[in-house]
Design a protein around this ligand. Structure first.
Ligand SMILES: O=C(O)c1cccc(O)c1O
Length: 554
């Protein structure tokens, strides 16, 4: 099956992915946004330029740029000998560790496309991703966070006959059909072989996951060209340089941690990336002290834990210059506290794996730093803020954010139906976020129109969970609705109409786990109702549910 529809650039709906129109692509190249350089080539260039500088720190092990490149070279050779080829897709589900980075660059050097699964995903999600992407391999750890991924891999392999290779980081336990990642990483390098059939810079480099609102996770194609630009712009705005030390606290598979500026933004300026193996502030503080970390990124849920850890005892965070907070709305008062308590610059981040990234600028006045979610990172990010009828609203008024630009997708991967509704005819992506724009260009996130719960920065697709709830024999009707939560920002409430015995949160959670759903998607609260309020067109009226049963204030 061809990976792309050759007519996509002529405006014909693409089955696989939608390229930017030729005119825009030419403009982005001319402007120097798209540089025609793959991530494999970038790693070569960085290794030549930054050779012995430290690229990566993971626990006690340190990798120079030259060592990172050599490691990626060996693994790429091993993966090629295993049979992986340019254009194939693989599911990668690895925690924050050096191996994630080596796997990522080895794959991209060959033009094999990683699908960025999250550590919390389980049978249902991984099976869906592997099936949708027609993946030929699955990379996973032996164990992580008290979960054994080897069992999961065996279940997934049964459900996905197309998965030829199960590549495990750590102990394969002699399980049949498992390939040891460490073994592959010891392959003698064949650099020429690895470059025999290189990808193009405007090919899909990776597939990110959408937060989703339509029942099943969607895949976001990102090219070498556009993703490198994303990382570079964010690194410039965050004023990163070769002395920057970035601490990866949130899952590395997140777009936020990968390239806003994250891992990729740091590497392209010759800085150092430090992997935190867990998100606890104590771990982070120790690493900040030891490695003299200069920048890290958190979500709003972690912020109070950091402040509490500061209260607990002295910590030397003097090296920290920028604290990014994003992936959910940071409350203005918490932002003000961060500005006051931490001797570094708060940088609010609002963005999406689909593309557009907004950052507050380091020299923004405190008022803007603590009440807005920043300005797009590219001069060519196009922003429209529209009312329900699609008409632009004046500055200062709230509307839905639409966007288009040099690193914002033009269509989801293999989702022609979805693409008809997620994009305007002229290629603007409908973000589903409600924002307000100040005359300075700063955006403030007010709410959302999409059917989603943002649970501590992790997005849950309400429709997807409702579909699973309806599979329960006694659930007649189901609606998942966000509710304000002091710790998570939002938590999920499942409103249920049931025919038999009333299920509890616990039994519902167990039921969903049994269906292979990621545990974070289970409702935090269950509310049984006699019947659902309906809208004029007969859909469940979630606004009415929220108004009746949910306190508006946290
Ligand atoms: O949700 C966000 O704000 C966000 C920020 C940076 C990068 C992302 O992918 C995001 O989803």
């Amino acid at each position: 099956m061809p990976l792309e529809n050759p007519h996509a650039s002529e405006g014909v709906p693409a089955d696989f992915w939608v390229r930017w129109p030729a005119e825009e692509a030419a403009r982005y190249r001319k402007a120097g946004y798209w540089r025609g350089e793959t991530f494999g080539d970038q790693l070569d260039r960085w290794a030549a330029r930054f050779g012995r500088r430290t690229a990566l720190v993971d626990g006690g092990s340190r990798w120079s740029y030259a060592e990172l490149n050599a490691g990626a070279e060996r693994l790429a050779t091993g993966l090629r000998e295993l049979g992986l080829r340019r254009g194939q897709r693989v599911v990668v589900q690895l925690p924050n560790c050096a191996e994630f980075v080596i796997v990522w660059f080895a794959l991209l050097r060959l033009g094999v496309v990683p699908v960025h699964a999250l550590p919390g995903h389980r049978r249902n999600e991984i099976t869906h991703l592997a099936t949708l992407a027609e993946a030929t391999a699955y990379f996973f750890p032996d164990q992580h966070d008290r979960f054994d991924y080897r069992e999961l891999a065996e279940e997934v392999a049964t459900a996905c006959p197309g998965l030829k290779h199960l590549v495990v980081l750590g102990d394969p336990q002699d399980r049949a059909g498992f390939t040891s990642l460490n073994g592959l990483m010891a392959t003698p390098a064949d650099p020429d072989g690895n470059r025999a059939d290189p990808p193009a810079a405007d090919d899909i480099a990776l597939l990110l996951l959408s937060g989703g609102t339509t029942g099943t996770p969607k895949l976001i194609p990102r090219t070498h060209d556009d993703y490198a630009y994303n990382a570079r712009q964010c690194a410039t705005v965050a004023r990163m340089d070769a002395d920057s030390v970035y601490l990866a606290v949130l899952p590395i598979a997140f777009n936020y941690t990968m390239s806003c500026p994250g891992l990729l933004g740091t590497l392209q300026v010759g800085g150092t990336v430090v992997m935190a193996s867990n998100p606890y502030p104590r771990t982070a503080f120790r690493l900040i002290e030891r490695e003299r970390v200069t920048i890290t990124s958190l979500n709003p849920t972690l912020v109070p834990h950091w402040l509490a850890e500061l209260d607990r005892g002295p910590a030397d965070l003097s090296s920290l210059r920028v604290l990014q907070v994003g992936s959910a709305r940071l409350a203005d008062d918490v932002a003000a506290t961060v500005v006051e308590r931490l001797d570094c610059t708060l940088q609010q981040v609002f963005g999406m794996s689909e593309g557009l990234i907004c950052l507050t600028r380091l020299d923004d006045p405190v008022e803007l730093l603590s009440t807005t979610q920043g300005v797009p990172v590219s001069d060519d990010d196009e922003i429209l803020i529209v009312d329900g009828g699609g008409r632009p609203v004046p500055d200062g008024q709230v509307g839905e954010l639409l966007t288009r630009g040099p690193y914002t997708l033009r269509g989801y991967y293999r989702a022609p139906e979805q693409n008809r509704t997620s994009f305007t005819e002229d290629g603007f992506y409908r973000t589903g976020d409600q924002v307000r724009r100040l005359p300075s260009g700063h955006l403030t996130v007010i709410g959302r129109v999409k059917d989603q719960i943002n649970r501590g920065g992790v997005k849950i697709d309400a429709t997807e969970v409702e579909g699973h709830l309806l599979a329960h024999p006694e659930i007649v009707s189901a609606a998942l609705v966000p509710e304000a939560d002091g710790k998570l920002g939002e938590r999920s409430v499942a409103f249920l109409v049931v025919s038999g015995e009333q299920p509890s949160v616990k039994t519902i959670g167990a039921f969903l786990r049994g269906r292979g759903l990621a545990p974070y998607k289970a409702p935090d609260r269950v509310e049984i109702v006699a019947q659902m309020p309906l809208t004029a067109v007969g859909k469940i009226d979630k606004k009415a549910l929220a108004a009746t049963y949910i306190g508006r204030r946290p």
